[in-house]
Each structure stands twice: as structure tokens, then as C-alpha cells.
Design a protein around this ligand. Structure first.
Ligand code: DC
Length: 212
């Protein structure tokens, strides 16, 4: 079974998807980490981030891998922490925008996602990467709450700068941020992580009953 969790930054995707996968005994795929890892590599190589073909080629030659505890690797380097820096936050939408990059990433995501039961989180998973997924969820939340959640993860940046970064990132990600028509929309503004996870579990149960 594939469960997709899409939505904007700070809506709670990663925390919810990780916990859900743990409760269900599913594997977990963080597709944002893949775009982040490629951005890290492109910056290390000094590749101009406007060059679609070169970036697509870099992505093809350097598949992102994950180990069993979710550490992220590219080009034989463990980039798990490096990809969470604010400089990557700012540059990743520039890289993720290129069609050539997305094609390579989506192909790899489908490959990784078809190895059994999995929770996949991202922006375009329910719409493009896994349109046939059995359960699709789209998380959203008020912008202030999303900025506050990001602030907790990025104590090195001021609140105003973070809110601005988030706005710019939203604008850039917007085309890919549409919920799938058959996705369940969950507003996480006033919900605890466990409540969101329980709602999704309930949804999975109801879908499984409907199809059994
Ligand atoms: O979820 P995140 O913040 O780690 O995502 C990092 C960036 O990658 C963000 O700008 C959106 C982009 N992204 C995307 O375009 N498609 C995905 N499936 C996942 C992430």
C-alpha cells in the first residue's frame, strides 16, 4: 500500500509521515530530502543553479540513497544534517523548479516507492509520482503556525526572516502544491501530531474496508 502525504513546508508532513510509518510498520520516503541533497551537491560542485540540463545530468549520475535509519546520502557523502541548513532551504526551490531535475527525481521516487508498504511525503506525490496511491493526504496549516514550527527547527534564523523565506518558498512551490482531487485535506493548525496520525490511520482503515 502507498500512502502519500503532500503539503507546504511547516504543515507537519515529516513528523506526521515518520510517525505514521512507524506505527504502521511501513517504510518512509522523504522526497524533499532528495531535492535538498541534489541542491547540496550542485552547490558543492559550483554548478550554476539555473542550468537545467547540467542539473538533470548531475541528478542522474548521483542517485540519492537512504539507509535503514533514514540517513541521506549523495555522491558517497552523508548529507543528513547539511541539507537542513537555511542556505539549502533558500536554494532548493530553484533546483526543484527544473523539469529535467523533476523527471529524474520522480522516476527514482517511483522506484523507491514501489518496494512494499510505504508512506511518501512531498509536494506532488499524490498528483504525479503516485497518482494510484490507495490513500492520499494533503496537510495544510495557517502561515503563522507553519513559520513558528519552522522556527523551532531553525533556531539560527530570526522569525521575520523565516516567515519571509517561507513566503518566497511557497510562491515558488505553488504550482506543485495542489492537492490531488482524491486527497483528504487535514488542517493541522490546532492539532497535535498524534491526532493527525490517528486521523490518517482511521482513513486507511476505512479505505481498506471499502476495498476488501
Ligand atoms: O519538504 P521539504 O521542505 O524538505 O522540501 C524541500 C524542497 O523541495 C521544497 O522547496 C519543495 C521541493 N519539493 C518538491 O518540489 N517536490 C517534492 N516532491 C518534494 C519537495
Amino acid at each position: 500500500m502507498i500512502v502519500t502525504i503532500d503539503g507546504p513546508a511547516g504543515a507537519g508532513k515529516s513528523t506526521v509521515a515518520r510517525k505514521l510509518a512507524e506505527r504502521l510498520g511501513f517504510s518512509y520516503l522523504d522526497t524533499g530530502a532528495m531535492y535538498r541533497a541534489l541542491t547540496w551537491l550542485a552547490m558543492r560542485e559550483g554548478l550554476p543553479l539555473g542550468e537545467s540540463d547540467a542539473l538533470g545530468d548531475l541528478a542522474r549520475r548521483n542517485p540519492v540513497t537512504f539507509d535503514e535509519v533514514g540517513r541521506v546520502f549523495i555522491s558517497n557523502t552523508d548529507v543528513t544534517s547539511a541539507i537542513r541548513h537555511s542556505r539549502i532551504d533558500r536554494m532548493v526551490p530553484v533546483v526543484a523548479r527544473h523539469h529535467e531535475v523533476r523527471e529524474v527525481m520522480r522516476e527514482r521516487q517511483r522506484e523507491l516507492g514501489h518496494q512494499g508498504n510505504v508512506v511518501i511525503e512531498g509536494r506532488d506525490i499524490g498528483t504525479v509520482v503516485a497518482p494510484d496511491a490507495e490513500v492520499k493526504v494533503y496537510l495544510h496549516a495557517d502561515p503563522e503556525i507553519r513559520a513558528a514550527r519552522r522556527q523551532a527547527e531553525r533556531p539560527d534564523i530570526g522569525g521575520d526572516a523565516l516567515a519571509t523565506d517561507l513566503r518566497i518558498r511557497d510562491a515558488s512551490d505553488r504550482v506543485r502544491m495542489q492537492p490531488a482531487e482524491d486527497a483528504a485535506l487535514i488542517d493541522t493548525t490546532d492539532l497535535e501530531v498524534d491526532d493527525v496520525v490517528s486521523r490518517i490511520e482511521e482513513l486507511i482503515r476505512s479505505r481498506s474496508l471499502a476495498t476488501s
